[in-house]
Design a protein around this ligand. Structure first.
Ligand code: ARG
Length: 455
């Protein structure tokens, strides 16, 4: 008989039992469930609601169960609807009447809310650590390739040369914002619902502030209805995961492109590549692709929870049982993908010469040539047109701006002098962008120091 079976004459059939159960997903929060129960029992005894002897028996019994779960020796019974019932039933079988007093002044509604909040906090903390590691590796890659020049793109067309380190640091800042979002999700979860009971509070003299303290929550939720029905913090977690996956996916897309023979900017290590079952020559960037692909399912997790919570009347509804899998999946997926990215970045080879060679193509010096004329007095708009015509001419001839003679340049404008060659060198072009946040070598060094200071 289920723990709630008193008012029932008939039992549910096997499939109904299975359909209604959440035991499988709940196993992910078994330790949190036991932490919550230990805090509740401790507080009940302090308040004189249960005896100290009962509390000791409960805490000892729960600690033993927690250890067995940790060690993998705990025997789960599929007849238990959820982790709350599995733990309480086992405890009561082992310690008798004291176990039956654990649930005094508590409902599974505030219990599950407590468990998920504790789990969400643990997941956020782990993800923040993973994010930190990823940012450190991005900073390392920037540091180790500080002056490597590559083409900068807009519309995936050559735009202006940039430093590869600058490009890596752009991702550093994206992941910094992700850390802020993960911290916000942590803070949202960091509130204690325990003591709300089923929905209305309870007649027992509970000390909610005490369980808040025992469980390490930073505050106590002030409304019992909200306490049992709020899952916003899981949306915050999933949103943070979704945005961070989006950032990983962008980086993966570049890794896929860069490792193609068309680009050849990087070479992935064998340990982060796979072969083909038919084409012997293949070396595929599967792990970058998989990460890009998994972004879709994390977006799905966020949408699923938004849809599940929509239109739910107050307070607890069984729909909320569906809220757990998505955030756990989103967090695990992001955690795994960050770890894969760390490994991929640590082991890839940067093909410096390839990047530099490409940086000089595609007329990426055109802006600087126009600036050359503008700095010598020609209105920038006019200079833009002059260089535009030179580019057109070069395209017809199949050459680059650097292939034009000084005489040819001077036909377009008398302002061109010998020193124009300096504006055609991609490394020089990047170096000259000295503004704060720009790609100039000194500006990037300052940026890197700023990035490292945030870690
Ligand atoms: N297994 C349930 C869940 O995950 C626990 C709460 C059940 N509460 C109830 N009133 N049926 O949401």
């Amino acid at each position: 008989m289920a723990l709630w079976g008193g008012r029932f004459e008939g039992g549910v059939d096997a499939f109904t039992q299975e359909f209604g159960a959440s035991l499988e997903v709940d196993k992910n929060m078994a330790q949190q469930d036991i932490r919550g129960s230990i805090a509740h029992a401790t507080m009940l005894a302090e308040q004189g609601v249960i005896s100290q002897e009962d509390a000791h028996a409960i805490v000892a019994g729960l600690t033993q169960i927690a250890n067995e779960i940790e060690a993998g020796t705990f025997v789960w019974n599929v007849d238990d609807e959820d982790v709350h019932m599995a733990v309480e039933r086992t405890l009561t079988e082992r310690i008798g009447a004291a176990g039956g007093r654990l649930h005094t002044g508590r409902s599974r509604n505030d219990q599950v809310a407590t468990d998920i909040r504790l789990l969400a906090k643990d997941l956020c903390a782990e993800l923040i650590e993973g994010n930190h590691e990823l940012r450190r590796v991005l900073a390392d890659v920037a540091q180790n390739n500080l002056d490597v020049v590559m083409p900068g793109y807009t519309h995936l067309q050559h735009a202006q040369p940039v430093l590869f380190s600058h490009h890596m640091l752009a991702y550093f800042w994206m992941f910094s914002r992700d850390a802020t979002r993960l911290q916000a999700a942590y803070d949202a979860a960091d509130a204690n619902p325990l003591g709300a009971a089923a929905l209305a509070g309870t007649t027992y003299p509970l000390n909610r502030a005490r369980t808040t303290e025992l469980l390490g929550f930073s505050r106590t939720i002030p409304n019992s209805l909200d306490a049992v029905s709020d899952r916003d913090y899981l949306l915050d977690l999933e949103y943070a995961c979704a945005v961070s996956m989006m950032h990983l996916s962008r980086l993966c897309e570049e890794i896929v492109l860069w490792s193609s023979s068309e680009f050849g900017y990087i070479t992935l290590s064998d340990s982060y590549s796979t072969g083909s079952s038919i084409m012997p020559q293949k070396k595929n960037p599967d792990f970058a692709e998989l990460t890009r692909g998994k972004t879709g399912r994390v977006y799905g997790d966020l949408m699923a929870l938004l849809a599940t919570c929509k239109s739910l009347p107050m307070a607890y509804n069984k729909d909320l049982q569906e809220c757990k899998e998505g955030p756990i999946d989103a967090a695990r997926t992001l955690g795994d993908c960050m770890a894969i990215m760390v490994g991929m970045l640590q082991t890839l080879t940067v093909n410096e010469d390839r990047m530099l060679a490409e940086a000089g193509t595609g007329f990426s010096a055109a802006t600087d040539v126009a600036d050359y004329l503008a700095k010598r007095g020609m209105p920038f708009r006019e200079a833009h047109a002059v260089v535009g015509h030179l580019v057109l001419e070069c395209e017809k001839r199949g050459c680059g701006l650097e292939d034009l003679t000084l005489a040819e340049l001077r036909e377009a404008s008398e302002l061109f002098q010998e020193d124009v060659v300096g504006t055609l060198d991609p490394a020089g072009i990047a170096r000259a962008r000295t503004t704060y946040g720009g790609t100039g070598n000194e500006a990037v060094r300052a940026q890197l120091a700023e990035a490292l200071a945030t870690l």
